[in-house]
Design a protein around this ligand. Structure first.
Ligand SMILES: Cc1ncc(COP(=O)(O)O)c(C=O)c1O
Length: 382
């Protein structure tokens, strides 16, 4: 047997690898998933679609009429301007397959979400990392320079609020990046899955001023709607970009799970209340994180509030000269707390770690305490 050559660069997600084989009692500040309850409004739809004696049918490729009309109302867009997907991850997969292929380049942020380079490789393309500004925000000049240096670029991704840096992007930077892509006929995907989960001002969206040719944005049930397990997400924007991606998604999954679609339609129908509750839950976790942080690291200023999401992108001097993955595994096994080495997000993540404060407040407090105790004890030999 010989597996397909394009799989060669693929490795299991380093974020998942940190969790696999973790000792009992370990606290995870690793995964980026809301720990607060699925809103009650989602439940009747799930049970109604799973009744005894009732068939559980596939449904249309494009999604159930109920979910399509709920999403159309939520986005204020017509149905040809969005594509439902099995999580925004599946929307990314379909867009990468549709718009990048053998010998093409895909511009991805460094540091950036771990899936982007993997999805480029799966499409047979090469990921071309572009640097972010020191504060983690999108740097339009650096993006434009990277684009100029990639004559084979067909697709580019921006992510704001960003994973792992938490930083947002201003409308001018987004429009500069969109114009640069348009001038080169490069499709631009703006990953905005953390956009509704903010505690300060509402982060900018690339399509706030209306649709743009060649540009699509991503949204999801997984963060602000507190439902990552439903696996429902979407891309919206230029119908011409979405059309071939829909065919890929149809080939991959046929259609989304019916119970998940019923739940997602109910959550979207009650979006204002659901998202407000998610922000309230986020604020509780932020308070727990800040209290634990100031107690654990009294000499340091409080970490800046992210533009959206629940990540702290922490510089750690202890990583200097260390094997960063090995350091985090030691922290996990000896102190019982999981964090993600920054290097997992690209070479420019070196010297940092990502802490997620999406978990339960008690776990956040204990996880930060364990991290600080481990660091204060000095380097522990491997
Ligand atoms: C930046 C970013 N984009 C996309 C996703 C995928 O989310 P989902 O497939 O759950 O919608 C994630 C998940 O953590 C993410 O961090």
């Amino acid at each position: 047997m010989r597996q397909a050559k394009r799989l060669a660069p693929l490795v299991p997600s380093p974020i998942r690898a940190m969790g696999a084989g973790a000792p009992e009692g370990c606290i995870s500040l690793g995964l980026g998933e809301p720990s607060w309850p699925l809103p009650d409004v989602a439940i009747p739809g799930i049970t109604a679609s799973l009744q005894p004696g009732q068939a559980c049918l596939y449904g249309p490729n494009a999604g159930t009429p109920e979910l399509r009309s709920a999403l159309a109302a939520y986005l204020s867009l017509s149905e040809d301007s969005f594509m439902l997907a099995a999580g925004s991850q599946a929307a990314l997969f379909a867009l990468f397959q549709a718009w990048a292929g053998d010998g093409d380049d895909v511009l991805v942020p460094d540091p950036g979400f771990v899936a982007y380079p993997t999805l480029a490789a799966l499409a047979g393309a090469s990921a071309r990392p572009y640097p972010l500004a020191d504060d983690g925000r999108l740097d339009p000049d650096a993006f434009v320079r990277a684009l100029a240096a990639s004559p084979r670029a067909r697709l580019a991704v921006v992510n704001h609020p960003a994973n792992p840096t938490g930083a947002g992007s201003d409308p001018e930077a987004l429009s500069a990046v969109a114009s640069a892509c348009a001038s080169r006929d490069v499709v631009l995907v703006s990953d905005e899955v953390y956009r509704e989960l903010y505690l300060g001002g509402k982060p900018a969206g690339i399509l706030d001023g209306g649709l743009l040719p060649g540009v699509v944005a991503l949204g999801s049930m997984s963060k602000a709607f507190a439902a990552p397990g439903l696996r429902v997400g979407w891309a919206f924007g230029d119908p011409a970009v979405l059309a071939p991606a829909r065919l890929v998604h149809n080939a991959m999954t046929s259609c989304l799970s019916r119970p998940a679609q019923a739940a997602a339609a109910a959550l979207l129908g009650d979006a204002a209340r659901v998202v407000a509750e998610s922000r309230r839950q986020l604020a509780l976790r932020r308070s727990a994180f800040e209290a634990a942080y100031s107690e654990a690291f009294p000499a340091e200023p409080l970490p800046a509030l992210p533009a959206g999401g629940f990540y702290h992108w922490m510089r750690l001097q202890e990583l200097d000269g260390e094997d960063e993955m090995a350091f985090c595994l030691r922290l996990r096994d000896e102190a019982g707390v999981i964090i993600v080495p920054g290097i997992a997000f690209g070479s420019r993540g070196s010297g940092r770690v990502r802490l997620s404060w999406a978990g339960l407040p008690g776990d956040i407090r204990e996880g930060v305490r364990r991290l600080a105790t481990f660091l204060k004890a000095g380097r522990i030999p491997a």
